[in-house]
Ligand binder design. Structure first.
Ligand SMILES: Cc1cc2nc3c(=O)[nH]c(=O)nc-3n(C[C@H](O)[C@H](O)[C@H](O)COP(=O)(O)OP(=O)(O)OC[C@H]3O[C@@H](n4cnc5c(N)ncnc54)[C@H](O)[C@@H]3O)c2cc1C
Length: 402
């Protein structure tokens, strides 16, 4: 049995766990990260790609933004497309110069793993049988098996950064958490294709046949999504059928359409909104997808994870440096307010752009009127833009030691 000691035990090496580990490191706070998957699996997992302005600023302030600065694609605007026409929303103009940056989550994670390794602080991949106990005491214990050896980490706090399917949230006793959930009657079929993006900016489309999204990951890789039934099997979609559906939904009357190329990755993702609160139980703090998930339409999941850990790092810094626990006590309330605003925005984007199976002709005409208003009113466009580029951070970077 290997017995280890640290200040903060972090479960999960996704964006939340890795960002928290680095923020703590910058404040001289020790942590051990325990991840159940391999390093390759964690890096190769294709997921989010849109970073809010605040997330970009945070990565830069943390000194982990070199790759982002070199390879991130800054977007000052986006397009909303319906009835065969694209309408431009100039986010930078509407928000005083803010933008989003397209930089794959796998790149963010890869950069953060490299930064973590450079700090020489521990990060265990391929951890088995991860569990913890005594989070209602002042010295919780995380247990796991690694390389055939059973290990125990004695720590002051456990950060549950293990995503929606992790063990941390389900370990909280019944009755402590309130949960709120909406499951949508559709999913997203997503592909990565070897094709140069045919637009410099994202195109969100509401088509008679359903939602579609044009996006990209790099100057040579296009990322496309279209709405499908929630239980759709990807095996039923040939590459030819996928391209036909994507082009039918996205081609506009001025002739714009995505470039076609070899499909290198494809899958179907269900859509769900979920919140569990409070995001704390004793000395266990939940962050990121472990506490909440949003449908990807508003591109908020990764950004919320970053916001949570900034708030948590501030609270832990105050605890270790000044013996203050009031910011730990406020952690959940501060985060949950932002979570609900992101939930509301993601729900609104989803409802405004998707076709619902139970809608009638009235609902669809109202939806088109919504889009018409959105793309012709500066006030409406400003509201979309300020939420899409991201609301101001909940706490200052300085208060988290940056
Ligand atoms: C297909 C898809 C597309 C998305 N697109 C977007 C987008 O465009 N924009 C956006 O902002 N968000 C998007 N998201 C959401 C975004 O990817 C998540 O919000 C983000 O990954 C949350 O980070 P996290 O660190 O909280 O959780 P995760 O990334 O899920 O990381 C949790 C980590 O914990 C590990 N883990 C799980 N259980 C255990 C255990 N028992 N012990 C140890 N480790 C464990 C997991 O292996 C994982 O590495 C998308 C998600 C999906 C699935």
């Amino acid at each position: 049995m290997g017995s280890l000691r640290t200040q903060v035990g972090i479960v999960g090496a996704g964006p939340a766990g890795l960002l928290l580990g680095h923020l703590l490191h910058l404040n001289g706070i020790d942590s051990i990260i325990v991840e159940s998957r391999s390093r390759e699996y964690v890096i190769d997992r294709v997921r989010a790609g849109v970073l809010e302005q605040g997330t970009v600023d945070l990565l830069m302030a943390m000194g982990v933004g070199a790759g982002l600065e070199r390879r991130g694609l800054r977007h000052d605007g986006l397009f909303i497309s319906f009835r065969g026409r694209r309408h431009h929303i100039d986010m930078a103009d509407l928000t005083g110069g803010k933008a989003i940056t397209v930089y794959g989550q796998n790149e963010v994670v890869k950069d953060l793993i490299e930064s973590r390794i450079a700090t020489t602080r521990p990060l265990y991949f391929d951890a088995e049988h991860v569990s913890f106990s005594a989070v209602d005491s002042s010295s919780p214990i995380i247990r796991f098996r690694h390389g055939g050896v059973d290990r125990e980490i004695h720590c002051d706090f456990v950060a549950g950064c293990d995503g929606f399917h992790g063990i941390c949230r389900p370990s909280i006793p019944n009755g402590v958490l309130a949960t709120y959930e909406r499951v949508y009657p559709f999913g997203w079929l997503g592909i990565l294709a070897e094709a140069a993006p045919s637009s410099d900016e994202l195109v969100y489309t509401c088509h008679e046949r359903g939602f579609a999204l044009f996006s990209m990951r790099s100057p040579t890789i296009t990322r496309l999504y279209c709405q499908v039934p929630p239980d759709e099997s990807i095996d039923g979609w040939s590459d030819g059928a996928i391209w036909e559906e994507m082009l039918t939904r996205m081609t506009t009357s001025d002739g714009w359409k995505p470039n076609v190329g070899r499909i290198i990755q494809k899958g179907v993702t269900p859509m769900r909104s979920f919140v569990a609160a409070p995001m704390r139980h004793g000395r266990l703090f939940l962050a990121g997808d472990a506490a909440h998930i949003v449908p990807p339409t508003g591109a908020k999941g990764l950004n919320l994870a970053a916001s949570d850990v900034l708030v948590l790092a501030r609270a832990m810094k105050a605890f270790y440096e000044r013996g203050r626990s009031d910011w730990l006590d406020e952690y959940s309330d501060v985060c949950v307010r932002r979570v609900w605003k992101a939930q509301r925005f993601s729900w609104w984007m989803t409802s405004t752009l998707h076709r619902f199976p139970d809608e009638n002709a009235f609902d669809h005409q109202r939806q088109i009127a919504d889009l018409d208003y959105l793309t012709s009113s500066r006030a409406a466009m400003t509201s979309l833009a300020e939420q899409y580029v991201g609301l101001a951070p909940e706490v200052s970077f300085e208060s988290a030691g940056l």
